[in-house]
Design a protein around this ligand. Sequence first.
Ligand SMILES: [Cu+2]
Length: 423
Amino acid sequence: MSEKQKDQDLSRRDFMSIATAGSAALGAGLILGQPQTAFAAPAASKSAGHAAIPPGWANAFQPAATAPLYPPRQAPKMGEKIHEFDIELGISIHEIVPGIKIHAFTYNGTYPGPEIRVPEGDWVLVNFTNRTSEFHTIHWHGIILANEMDGVPNGTQWGVGPNQTFKYLFRAQPAGTHFYHCHNMTNLHVQAGMFGSLIIEPKEDLVQRVFPYKREYTLLLSEVDTVMVEKQMEEMLRMMTTMEKMNESPKLMKEMNGRMMGWFMNKKAFLDAVKAGYIPPYVAANTGRNAIPNFNFFLINGKAYPMTEELFIRSGENIRVRLIGAGAMPHYMHLHGHDFWHVCQDGSPLQSPVRLNTIPIFPGTTSDIIIQGTNPGMWHFHDHSDLASTNNGLFPGGMMTMVMYEDAAEHGVKVPEIVQVNS
Ligand SMILES: [Cu+2]
């Protein structure tokens, strides 16, 4: 797959050893909270007033700007670059935190799936092979592509059945932070791990120009009802034989769909079936409140605190953080000790960056922020909804991580090494 995020290999333990080694600086008279490094950041951050636009940020309003850069129905031409990826879907065991494991649908064995990162305007070819007994697709969320490639089962394509391969081909547009996910039974399949980031790098990056950065992090935010996932995954495994039989014959599948799966060829076929006595499953007693997820784990890149990965920064450094609302609930990411710049929404640069300390991430949205290294220490970065800072109802846990200054000790800040799983 695409290359891994760089520069994240410094473990918390390494960080602590750095912090401990430098702790003598505490006695050396350093003033806490005042970084000595020159601050490589826009002058606007030093100016008064929250509305100041960082200099160099020219992003004038254009009424036609939402039109695709390239015609979505074009085919690749000679000389155009095609990035090819193989994605195989299987069933894995995924550990959220020690002691909590669930059955997961995984793209290439990871929860969430692998990052796809390509330059804007190049082509993406994904060979998607389904090695499970359920139907799946991949929907390319936020991408402007040909209708047939949109990955909506029984909408723009038949679901990809067991051991079938579907080739998704599209041009990488528009630039920015996007994601992909299964569009079949999304309530279960996304909770079960079928989502991942899709980063399209622009030819000219306004964010990089105005806020020079070397390190970036992508945080996929989601949540899971582990009881529901386990129950439904077990049911799915029991249904395996029926599903495989249906897959043997598309004709049989079309005939059986109404009764077996609740699929109809069109609206009239559905209404005719109702007239003939068909009872839709949502009327039946086995659904309702019990089938609505009651989320008990809240995840960043598939993990809950304390197993979430920290974000590392140094004084004077800018880091870019891509936040993706991949799940079913809104989250309100709050950073302690800093304001940050909200620079992009749903991939595109804002008309002007917005200064915040808490940013709402709604389902299906992406927000890019720039954190400037202005306050050495170890700072909580978490969903400010208290519901989401728990594991199975116990605080602390869930959607929480830390922004860790690698040079905290040099600035006289001592960072405690505590891992807490109950208060
Ligand atoms: Cu799926």
